[in-house]
Structure formats: structure tokens, C-alpha cells
Design a protein. Structure first.
Length: 125
């Protein structure tokens, strides 16, 4: 699905997504990413099952007010011990499909919120 911003900005926006890819500022990414309005970082997480506490600590280090976790094509919730670092830092974590996380990220970013998205991808069928 292609997404288009109303007005171009210098901030990172998800411009499209689909099976096996996320497009940020019209650049296609085919592996998991950590995304904020100011930066795009590769996220070395191969799958939802591979998530570990250090992955959430890395998300915490971005210091967002809200963090989004895109879990692929279906919504899956990580064990609470994994996201403890976010909870202790009083950073809200919203878990949803990656497609929903892309849309929600764009809305929050456009509102000027301090948001970070951890977006998992699944291989194309």
C-alpha cells in the first residue's frame, strides 16, 4: 500500500509497505528497522520469536514518549519481561501489525509526537 504525506518534510515517513518491505522516504527496506522522525536504523531481529530484552533496551535508548512494535502480518504480544526496560522508563508500548504500526507512526509523527517504531518484516509468501 502506498502512503503519501500531505506536505514534504525533512522527517522520516513511511511512504509504502507490503509483504517483505517497508518504504521510508521512498527508499525500500527489506529487513527490520527502528524508525524515528529523525533516524532510520537497521534492527537485527529476524522474527517475532527472536525478540529479546536487549531489543527493547535499544528501543528505550531512542527515548520516545511512545513506542510502536509492528509484529508482522498478525498482532502478537511479547512477554512482559521483554519490554520491562520500556515500562521502567515510563514509555508506552503499543503492539500491532506492521501495517498498522506504519500508519500509526505516520499519524503520530505528523502530530509532532516523539515516536519510535520497531518494525518487523516477514518474508514474502
Amino acid at each position: 500500500m502506498k502512503l503519501h504525506a500531505d506536505a514534504p518534510t525533512a522527517l522520516n515517513a513511511v511512504t509504502a509497505y507490503g509483504p517483505g518491505f517497508i518504504e521510508i522516504n521512498k527508499v525500500r527496506h527489506t529487513s527490520a528497522v527502528l524508525l524515528t522522525p529523525e533516524r532510520i536504523d537497521p534492527w537485527a531481529v529476524a522474527s517475532f520469536e527472536a525478540l529479546a530484552e536487549p531489543d527493547f533496551e535499544r528501543l528505550r535508548a531512542l527515548n520516545p514518549e511512545v513506542a510502536l512494535l509492528g509484529t508482522g502480518s498478525r498482532q502478537r504480544f511479547p512477554h512482559p519481561r521483554l519490554s520491562r526496560a520500556l515500562n521502567e522508563a515510563r514509555i508506552g508500548l503499543e503492539v500491532m501489525t506492521t501495517a498498522a504500526a506504519c500508519r500509526t507512526y505516520n499519524i503520530l509523527m505528523a502530530e509532532g509526537r516523539k515516536v519510535a517504531a520497531a518494525l518487523l518484516l516477514e518474508s514474502e509468501p
